[in-house]
Design a protein around this ligand. Structure first.
Ligand SMILES: O=C(O)CCC(=O)C(=O)O
Ligand SMILES: [Fe+2]
Length: 227
């Protein structure tokens, strides 16, 4: 697997990037081993409240899509997690995110509370390159809440090339474990509509909130000012 440095379109995932998905018809999440899907994890009202809290915070424009990092900053170029969680590097998880982290443990989805969260914003036409979330950086479970618009996430088994297109509804929780976490790639094609059971489904603005546990964080070198 290669990581293409200098190609901005591909320097956006949390691991190794490959080609974008091709719009296969939607399938059930069970077709991807280790993928768990919980529709209605949040009520529409709870989703709206969460989105307002997210939009009240500062977005980073470092990628083509806007992101927010909490707990630890993920460095997309180096593919590493910064050990330092001082303000300015990454703010601590906000109260709403801590509440979700506690609920994920209470409901048996994560064994320990997530200490890192990345929020992604996608406008129609934006996506995320197919990737495996950084293996040394993060623990065995990655959980993502979808807010705003629905979208289709494409999963690919690099072993035999199987592709599965999984629709993610607003308010749902998508949990990657086992092969879905460690072997299969996931990505969102940069397009304005997705294939649905009855034709194309136009996308609106979607925001995802992704929770992880940090396994290996890198202490970044402190550069002394020149005397
Ligand atoms: O937007 C999503 O649901 C997933 C984003 C993602 O794959 C990631 O942040 O690693
Ligand atoms: Fe990911």
């Amino acid at each position: 697997m290669s990581f293409i440095v200098g190609d901005g379109a591909r320097r956006d995932g949390l691991g190794d990037a490959v080609r974008a998905g091709d719009g296969a018809p939607p399938q059930a999440p069970e077709a991807v081993p280790g993928l768990r899907y919980f529709p209605g994890w949040l009520t529409p009202d709870a989703g709206e409240t969460l989105l307002s809290s997210i939009d009240a915070a500062e977005w980073s424009e470092e990628l083509r899509r806007r992101v927010q990092h909490y707990g630890h900053r993920y460095d997309y170029g180096r593919r590493s997690v910064a050990a330092d969680s001082r303000a300015g590097v990454a703010p601590p998880l906000p109260a709403w995110a801590r509440e979700q982290a506690v609920r994920l443990v209470r409901e048996g989805i994560l064994d320990q509370a997530a200490d890192q969260a990345i929020i992604n914003e996608y406008h129609p036409g934006q996506g995320i390159s197919p990737h495996v979330d950084c293996v040394p950086c993060f623990g065995p479970v990655v959980a993502a809440i979808s807010l705003g618009s629905a979208c289709v996430m494409d999963f690919t088994d690099p072993g035999d090339g199987t592709k599965v297109a999984v629709p993610l509804a607003p308010g749902s929780l998508c949990v990657m474990t086992g092969p879905a976490r460690y072997t299969w790639r996931h990505g969102i094609a940069a397009r304005k509509s997705d294939p649905g059971p009855a034709g194309r489904v136009p996308r609106g603005r979607r925001v995802s909130v992704t929770f992880r546990t940090v396994v290996e964080a890198v202490v970044e070198a402190v550069v002394e000012p020149a005397r």
